[in-house]
Ligand binder design. Structure first.
Ligand code: SF4
Length: 447
């Protein structure tokens, strides 16, 4: 049974030394109670307290950090099966796979792509996360060379995949302290792989067929002293992955089988259903996804899906309210008003840019609601518009008092005019028509 914060507090050393990252033992206890901290963060806990607090307080799925530096990322620490129950916290890392049988030019090209490629969507820069290098040649030298090629070109999180201990040793010399994820410990080699993971402080993929075997292997690796694990469920098909990953997530978050409380690894390479495989991994609980380099279209789809799934469904993505410029607007430029729902902003901004008419965009704070919802909920009203015009000093920027409001806000037009003293023009409902509207209506008004 889960312990309450005060029960946990009684077991803590009460030094208030801050070494766990929290200002007091009580705040640390509160975090432990909500599953958001790990008891290992407190160095002063005695063994009996550890054994009481152990499995009942740590996050049901451990947080594992991959890589070091700017591009490192963390996975795990999830609490729910369904995104609408709360939210998903740590998006999966998607890593492009290369083989040590490829030429160094090919490996370099993929590495530079992951290093440099950015897809900007609703104001956020989205990137792939790293490179997985597979020892497909079966030789030590080729593997070490491929790893060195990746290292020469980028500081990215890595997954090293081999069956050969010697190849790992040679490759790990190349990557120094970058702590790649090493794939994988099996029932045949787990002692050696655990020793390797501990020696280089690397997280380790644990791979077994069937959940019982996986649980046994995770336990064995834990007994060998490995704490940072990621689990490969060895799915035989996409359907098999779906069943296994769902079962693992359920057993982990309910703490029914704490040994399954580690992030999941998924090799999404699929000869015919590549996009479906990536989408399945993103939606169904994979934390580390490896894939062949994706086409531009598939890459955008994967980024978009991952961003959407890992956005808190209870918090719309919002823009900061304010007065934004599209192009370099002059004193006679149109002023358009809309809400701070990001998708509305970026869609409208895109159409305004293509209209080639410089303008001002007044973004008002509707707590991220869309125009239609904000009008219906009373969040978008004449007082908000009046106060926003004043707060962002729109009158100082233009020599007119004409405000274009979204078509869906037309019921407010009279009230806005009265409250603000600005002439209100009702724009189109569909942002796609704003360019045509400005060219026809605004230009007519200017004459
Ligand atoms: S490290 Fe331990 S003793 Fe120090 S403040 Fe945190 S919980 Fe308290």
């Amino acid at each position: 049974m889960a312990l309450k914060a005060l029960d946990i507090y009684k077991l803590l050393p009460k030094k208030n030394c801050k070494e766990c990252g929290d200002p007091t033992c009580l705040t640390f206890a509160m975090k432990l109670a909500s599953g958001k901290a790990d008891i290992d963060l407190c160095p002063y806990l005695d063994e009996s307290a550890k054994s009481v607090l152990g499995a009942t307080t740590r996050p049901p799925i451990r947080l594992i950090k991959l890589g070091v530096g700017e591009r490192s990322f963390s996975v795990g620490e999830e609490f729910v099966l369904y995104r609408h129950d709360k939210t998903f916290y740590h998006p999966p890392g998607i890593l492009f796979k290369v083989f040590d049988t490829q030429s160094s030019e090919e490996i370099t090209q993929v590495t530079k792509r992951v290093r440099d490629e950015v897809f900007t969507r609703v104001g956020t820069d989205l990137r792939f996360n790293g490179i997985a290098i597979e020892n497909s040649s079966g030789t030590v030298e080729a593997f070490a060379r491929a790893v060195a090629t990746v290292e020469e070109n980028a500081d990215l999180p890595l997954v090293l995949i081999s069956k050969d201990l010697e190849a790992f040793n040679a490759a790990l010399i190349q990557v120094g302290s970058y702590r790649p994820l090493i794939h994988s410990a099996t029932k045949e080699n787990f002692r050696e792989m655990c020793a390797l993971a501990k020696k280089h402080s690397c997280p380790l993929v644990v791979k077994a067929n069937g959940l019982d075997n996986l649980i046994g292997l995770v336990k064995s690796c834990g007994e060998e002293g490995v704490k940072k694990m990621v689990m490969d469920l060895c799915p035989q098909s996409l359907g098999d992955y779906l069943s296994l990953s769902t079962a693992v997530r359920q057993l982990a978050i309910t703490r029914a089988v704490p040994d399954l409380g580690y992030p999941v690894f998924f090799d999404a390479t699929h000869p015919n259903l590549q996009d479906a495989a990536i989408a399945l991994g993103i939606v169904k609980y994979a934390s580390v996804i490896i894939t062949p380099p994706l086409s531009e279209e598939s890459a955008k789809a994967a980024h978009t899906l991952r961003q959407n799934i890992y956005t808190d469904p209870q918090k719309p993505i919002q823009m900061n309210p304010g007065l934004y410029r599209v192009g370099i607007p002059g004193k006679d430029a149109p002023v358009l008003m809309t809400v701070n729902f990001s998708l509305t902003f970026f869609t409208l901004e895109g159409y305004l840019e293509s209209s080639k008419i410089p303008c001002f965009l007044l973004i008002v704070d509707t707590e991220g609601l869309s125009v239609l919802t904000a009008v219906a909920a009373g969040k978008l009203n004449e007082t908000l518009v009046r106060d926003s015009l004043k707060k962002f000093e729109v009158e100082r920027e233009v020599s007119h008092k004409k405000l274009i409001i979204p078509g869906y806000a037309s019921p407010l037009s009279g009230r806005i005019e009265e409250a603000t003293g600005w002439k209100v023009l009702v724009g189109p409902r569909d942002a796609a028509e704003i360019g045509e509207y400005l060219h026809e209506e605004w230009n007519k008004l200017k004459k």
